[in-house]
Design a protein around this ligand. Structure first.
Ligand code: NAD
Ligand code: UDP
Length: 311
């Protein structure tokens, strides 16, 4: 296959490029480096099956030659990033998604949309199945991200219904691993960075809120299983292992031998209190389930962040 990966120089996108190339596909990576970096795909520069295009997907985008799939991962993803880039986040989730849908349509390609567990907002149903419509504050401080992704899903299904475009929609739950930026503000990168510096870990609120963390290799394997299937989705891809932020902090401090403890900070507004994917659909329809538990995944991530901090 020849696959366009929009947002391919980001954390997840770069791992997706690697996985596609490893299985023999060709990749056209499109990125404007808003939150990603050419360094994430630097190791692919000499690969003849890899092409890097510096472009904003909200603008004109022409890809020469046949394309089998357009995979849309372009968007700021960390709360810190989308708070700093609210209009860019709304633009890429609306205009950017529309441009990429048009690209897929013009090329007779399958369109893959990287959506998010954030479409469930601060969920009152737990765990979250794909049938749940969510509990989102449409004007809240996270709304530029949540609503942009909900709009992307609506656009994607509209193209499917109106033009019969083949689509795949994945709802990604908190994913972590090497190539997360130490300063990206997400909880796993923050905690590891603080612990490696011997600082106390910053717990927002009382730390009783939960997340379910998926290791990047599992997540990408789920993307490919969905891409290769005939399912439109939406399909949750995440690890159902659910942890409070206090539990995560204790584990990071243990694995890094950090004795600086914890410090409490204010809870951001509309911060979801709980999150856990129901992955029955992924198991039954894709034969997918995660393999890497949190301890193992953190043991693989800590050395990466340590190496970036040393450079
Ligand atoms: P990331 O910030 O590392 O990657 C996003 C990439 O998109 C970056 O390389 C950025 O430069 C690029 N980009 C942003 N706007 C663009 C534009 N207008 N044109 C071209 N490129 C643009 O984030 P990530 O964690 O790799 O997330 C990738 C995707 O997965 C995002 O769409 C995100 O919403 C989704 N997602 C991620 C998670 C997670 O836990 N990592 C969870 C849910 C959803
Ligand atoms: N969080 C925290 N300390 C940090 C960063 C985040 O306690 O240094 C909390 C945050 O308030 C949220 C959870 O960790 O409850 C996950 O935050 P993240 O930004 O990683 O992702 P989210 O799931 O909120 O998009």
């Amino acid at each position: 296959m020849r696959v366009v990966v929009a947002g391919g120089a980001g954390f997840l996108g770069s791992h997706l490029c690697d996985a596609l190339l490893e299985r023999g596909d060709r990749v056209v990576c499109v990125d404007n480096f808003l939150t990603g970096s050419p360094a994430n795909v630097g190791h692919l520069a000499d690969n003849d099956d890899f092409e890097l295009i510096d472009a904003d997907v909200c603008g004109e985008l022409r890809i020469d030659g046949p394309v089998d799939a357009v995979m849309n991962l372009a968007s700021p993803a960390s709360p810190k990033d989308y708070y700093a880039l609210p209009l860019e986040t709304l633009d890429v989730g609306s205009t950017g998604t529309r441009r990429l849908l048009e690209l897929a349509r013009s090329l007779d390609a399958t369109f893959f949309m990287a959506s998010t567990s954030e479409v469930y907002g601060d969920p009152v149903e737990h765990p979250q199945t794909e049938e749940y419509w969510g509990h989102v504050n449409p004007i809240g401080e996270r709304s530029m991200y949540d609503e942009a992704k909900r709009f992307s899903e609506a656009l994607t299904f509209t193209y499917h219904r109106t033009f019969d475009l083949p689509i795949r929609v994945v709802r990604i739950f908190n994913t972590y691993g090497p190539r997360m930026q130490p300063d990206d503000g997400r909880v796993v990168s923050n905690f590891i960075t603080q612990a490696l510096r011997g600082e106390p870990l910053t717990i927002y609120g009382d730390g009783s809120q939960t997340r379910s963390f998926c290791y990047v290799d599992d997540e990408i394997r789920g993307f490919l299983a969905l891409l290769d299937s005939d399912e439109t989705g939406p399909i949750n891809i995440g690890n159902p292992g659910e942890f409070t932020m206090l539990e995560l902090a204790d584990l990071v401090n243990e694995l890094t031998s950090n004795t600086a403890g914890l410090v409490h900070r204010g809870l951001p507004s509309d911060d979801p209190q709980q999150r856990q994917p129901d992955i029955t659909r992924a198991r039954n329809l894709l034969g997918w389930s995660p393999h890497v538990d949190l301890r193992t995944g953190l043991e693989r991530t800590i050395p990466y962040i340590a190496s970036v901090l040393r450079d």
